[in-house]
Ligand binder design. Sequence first.
Ligand code: CMP
Length: 139
Amino acid sequence: MSGKITFTIIKPDAVGKGHTGKIIDQIIQAGFKVKAAKLVYLDERTAGGFYDIHRERPFFKDLVAFMTSGPCMPMVLEGENAVASFRELIGATDPKKAAPGTIRNLFADSIDANAIHGSDSDENALRESSYFFAATEIF
Ligand code: CMP
């Protein structure tokens, strides 16, 4: 049985273009409950630590530069089969491959500026949630 928690970040491109409200509405309409949310402006150390598993990948430097380019909105979400169903809602990492109607299809421009992050496993959903939120900030 898969877990009910996933973690997301509405990324700086989507926040900067004023898409935050529309994206949260789409998430709620899909049946997710927002358990925690805040607007943060990441520094290099915090963004690099979050994406530590990608540190050796060729895109790591650009990824950190992008994630520190403006405010973003991390959120903890609750829903049935949360990780898999949320990844379906946001679409493929590369928006060119994202299915019509998915969040990345609607709001993302490129694989770098791809509007939104979604955890890829239950384990990472918990790790990523606790990277940004204390237990007392999750409701
Ligand atoms: P995200 O789901 O936040 O996880 C890592 C991010 O790295 C990913 O979304 C993309 O925005 C970015 N990225 C850039 N290039 C690649 C790539 N070739 N493969 C995977 N992720 C990439």
